[in-house]
Structure formats: C-alpha cells, structure tokens
Design a protein around this ligand. Structure first.
Ligand SMILES: Cc1ncc(COP(=O)(O)O)c(C=O)c1O
Length: 383
C-alpha cells in the first residue's frame, strides 16, 4: 500500500455511527441526507428504464438527453453554459475526484477552505497533491466567516487549485457574490483553477433559487470547474449521480478519465436523473421549505441551551454548534450515542479546525424528532 493511503484518516462520523450499530433507539442525525425517500416519479422512471431493458453502457459523458437537460437546468439557474461543457458522473464525489484527476499532479499545491467535508482534502492528497488548509473562523454568534485577505494571500502562482465548498458542509457558510468575484479575479491573475463544490446550491434559504455560484460570473474559458449532484436537491443520495460543468476544451479529457474510473453512470440511474430535472421546479421549492422548517425548529432550540453556540445557517442542511463539554468532539459524540441515543457528527471529522463543534443534520421530515433529539442533548448536558 502507498504510504499516502495508509495515512489517510478514517471517517470519524462512521466511527460514531458504528458505535450505534444495531441500536434502534438511536436518533440518527449524523449523515448528510434526508429521511425522505426519492420522489416517486424519479423511482418510476428508473424502474421503467430497467423494465425496458436499459441495462447497457452509455456514453462516457452520460446520455445526450441528460447532458442537454442539465444544460437547461444550469441555464435556468446561472445562464446558458453553452454546448460541450457538461459531463455526467456517478455521484458528486466522483465528479470532484474526476476534477482532481484532471488538474492535480503529485506535488501540486491545492488550497482548501476548511472546515469541510473530509473527502475534499483527501482527494488531492490521494493523488499526491500538497494540501494547504485555510480556515474559516467563528464569530461571537457561532457563524463561521471567511477571512478573504487571508485566503487570497494563500493563493499564489504556485497554487494549482483552489477548492471551495459553499454552501459549506459542515458550517453552512456561503460565499457572497462579492467574495466570489474577488476570488475569481485573483485566480485569473495567479492562473489558479477554482473547483467549486456547489452540491448544496439549491439547499439555500436566502434570496433566489440557488446560492451564489461561480457559474454566474465565470466565462466559458475561465479555469472554473463546478460540481453538482442529484443527491441533496432531489433526495437521491443512494443513486450516485452528479455532474461537472467545465470550461471549454476539457470534455474529451474528462471523458477519458470517466472511461478509466467507471466508464459511465448506469443508464437507469440517468433516466431517474432526467425525471428529477423534469420536475425540479415543482419539487425543489417544497423540499427547501421542509428543510427550512427543520432548520428553524432546530437552531433556536439549540441556541437556547445554556452554553451552546449555534448560528442559523444560510444554506446546507446542518446546524453546526458548540456545546459545553464537547472539547473532544469524537468522545462527546460517542458518549451521546451511548448515554442518550443521539447520533451527531463530531466536529473533528471535518478537520482540527472543527474540534469542539458538532454537526446536526436537520433534514428530517418530522420536526418532533428534532425536538426529541434536543431533549436528549439537554439530558446529556445535565440541563
Ligand atoms: C460538500 C459535499 N460535497 C459533495 C458531496 C457529494 O455528494 P454525492 O457524492 O452524494 O453526490 C457531499 C455529500 O455529502 C458533500 O457534503
């Protein structure tokens, strides 16, 4: 085994979840997915495709219809990207890895804004990239903020890729349009690629139908790669379907990479994706309203607990909070499972920067479950 692989950290979220295996009394809020099943029309479309016998390979870049539908979907949110810019991938995480394989050679510098979902820094590390972490920092209310000057100082002509995830998992932090513009201008000067993980762009509680996106401001020739996913906005986590929006001239190379990794996303899964896009305008606003109800039930209840610091996230599906006694967040999260049956993700899972914090996924259809979880936390805190 390569040393790099041996040294990769295991998932601390899994470590907590494993501590609760086989226990039906645990309320699980540790993973980043809703407890709601994929919409019926999407499941039906995939089932129909299977019954029709659509069991063969597809084009490396995905079905032409799906790429065209994605172009329309992206156009509706951010303006038409134009032809030959979209690749379908077998999940958002695979889209990210493909982007990393496209751009990062051993020894290349990759700047990542953290805390962040651990897969992001792990992927360039697997390829031998040199990862530089630039931390967000919490304000007095517990909202995590970017120090833009610090980030721009970290991105130099030696930086191959800047990797950003906004809306951010776990903190909910989101880039403003002004920050995106400043980052894009800077990266144009340094020749740095921006890989924008925008899988939570629709899980956005601010104005407009999506969070600010680099696609709103980048030209087709900017070194900007945007990563999208069906997982969050269409409740399709288990399907493994995502996409890349690339600058002009990159699709052939990406097609080769997809060939060598998975060859293509399964056709019946892609048919599900087509059905999801067809119902996007009817479905996504309702989902966002349900998620917002979960957020608005959970965050005030947590912030009202003595010693707890929890800000209202503008996007994403998590409340990211500090609680007394959670300085060792992994030990604390395991204690929550063992003693009160509450399943949360430890902040340390998202890097040292997240130590002392906890992540609670509020994507639950039943806000009563969230309130029950808060009661359990109160018990654990001795309140
Ligand atoms: C920040 C972030 N990016 C990407 C993904 C990948 O999503 P998927 O691989 O399910 O499309 C996730 C999933 O949790 C995520 O949190």
């Amino acid at each position: 085994m390569r040393d790099t692989i041996a040294q990769l950290p295991g998932s601390k979220i899994r470590e907590v979840a494993n501590a609760g295996l086989g226990r039906s009394d645990v309320l699980p809020f540790w993973f980043g997915e809703s407890d709601e099943v994929t919409p019926l029309a999407v499941r039906q479309a995939a089932a129909d495709a299977l019954l029709r016998g659509e069991t063969f390979y597809s084009h490396n870049l995905g079905l032409a219809e799906l790429r065209e539908a994605l172009r329309g979907y992206v156009a509706g949110l951010h303006g038409d990207p134009g032809p030959e810019r979209i690749a379908v991938t077998s999940s958002g995480v695979t889209a990210l890895m493909t982007a990393m394989q496209l751009l990062v050679d051993a020894g290349d510098e990759v700047v990542v804004v953290v805390p962040v979902w651990p897969n992001l820094p792990a992927q360039p590390a697997i390829l031998g990239g040199r990862v530089v972490r630039v931390p967000l920092a919490p304000d007095a209310q517990g909202a995590w903020q970017l120090d833009l000057d610090r980030l721009l100082a970290a991105v130099t002509p030696a930086t191959r890729v800047l990797l950003l995830n906004a809306p951010n998992n776990p903190t909910g932090w989101t880039l403003s349009r002004a920050e995106q513009q400043a980052i894009l201008d800077h990266c144009r000067r340094t020749g740095t690629w921006i890989v924008a993980d925008e899988v939570y762009e629709r899980v956005w509680f601010g104005a407009g139908r999506a969070a600010p996106s680099f696609l709103d401001i980048a030209t087709p020739d900017d070194r900007v790669v945007a990563v999208g996913s069906f997982s969050k906005a269409f409740l399709m986590t288990g399907w493994r379907l995502g996409w890349l929006v690339l600058p002009r001239g990159q699709l052939d190379a990406v097609g080769k990479l997809i060939e060598f990794n998975s060859s293509c996303a399964p056709v019946f899964v892609q048919r599900g994706g087509l059905a999801a896009l067809a119902m996007a305008d009817d479905f996504v606003p309702g989902l966002v309203a349900r998620l917002q109800a979960g957020r608005d039930a959970l965050q005030p209840a947590l912030a009202a607990l003595p010693g707890v610091v929890a800000a209202l996230p503008p996007g994403g599906m998590y409340v990211w909070f500090r609680a007394p006694g959670a300085d060792d967040s992994l030990a604390f999260a395991k204690r929550l499972v063992a003693e009160v049956g509450l399943g949360l993700a430890p902040g340390a899972a998202f890097g040292d920067e997240g130590e002392g914090w906890l992540r609670w996924c509020f994507a639950s259809q039943d806000t009563a479950r969230l309130h029950l979880g808060v009661l359990r936390l109160r018990t654990a805190l001795g309140l």
